[in-house]
Design a protein around this ligand. Sequence first.
Ligand SMILES: NC(=O)c1ccc[n+]([C@@H]2O[C@H](COP(=O)([O-])OP(=O)(O)OC[C@H]3O[C@@H](n4cnc5c(N)ncnc54)[C@H](OP(=O)(O)O)[C@@H]3O)[C@@H](O)[C@H]2O)c1
Length: 262
Amino acid sequence: MDGNRHHGRVVLVTGGGRGIGEATARRLAAEGAAVAVASRTEEEVSAVAQGISASGGQAIPVMMDVCDERSVASGVEEVRAGLGPVSVLVNNAGTPGVPLPVAATELSGWRRSFEVNVTGAFLCARAVLPDMVSGNWGRVINISSAAARHPVAGMAAYSASKAALDQLTRVLALEGAPHNISAIGVYPGVVDTRMQEESRSFDPEVVGEQLHRMFRNYHDFGMLRPPAEPAELVSYLCSAEAERLNGHIVRLDQLEALKRGQ
Ligand SMILES: NC(=O)c1ccc[n+]([C@@H]2O[C@H](COP(=O)([O-])OP(=O)(O)OC[C@H]3O[C@@H](n4cnc5c(N)ncnc54)[C@H](OP(=O)(O)O)[C@@H]3O)[C@@H](O)[C@H]2O)c1
């Protein structure tokens, strides 16, 4: 690990209190970035920021609900005041919702998936873009899901919201290019986090036997990857080596090929 890889960068990681976001915040801070760790759960973001500071890195906790325009605006102000203008945004906050067939999905559940997984990313990107434009450099990394590409019965709201996030990534890439701002999507694989824990604990009577078995099998057959792996990919995507990427959607298993320049 290169302790200077992200030196001088100010990074906002949403959903940084646990799972993939926590691992990403820790990784980027260990490589020299100043990191704002944001979510709605104070104990989690404080613990992650304290852990980073205790190991010699720079981090602040930020309470932020990505669905709330005012909360995003005040959170980004806190980051600017505490660390400086934001140069990297990791839109990681996300929700799986309760996976249900379209016919059984409540409007509120559908809307919630889009609010967190797409509108949250839009609000955060919109709030930090002025910093990136002023600095003539920026990276927006959107943590998406392979569900955006591969349809799974029972996962319409999650999959459609992540597909919308991918298109937001591509449009941001076009709009950011003149300012040296790139946007990249990430399919992190199946990762051992609270989200997977929740997904395999849904009642099979509610989500159906097939989905229940799919989530259980990820666990029982040892398919879950540690959060440090997608964090390593995000670190690569924020580095100078990834300069040529913009508008790409990258899978976890592509990291080694990307490092070889493929
Ligand atoms: N784990 C997987 O297998 C997997 C696979 C594909 C994609 N992903 C994606 O990876 C990302 C991270 O998920 P994870 O697996 O690490 O899950 P996780 O451990 O449950 O973490 C989700 C994070 O998002 C935050 N969050 C949720 N709603 C929020 C809101 N309204 N405002 C601010 N923060 C919010 C949570 O914090 P609070 O609830 O405390 O606010 C938490 O920190 C998600 O976008 C997910 O869709 C995960």
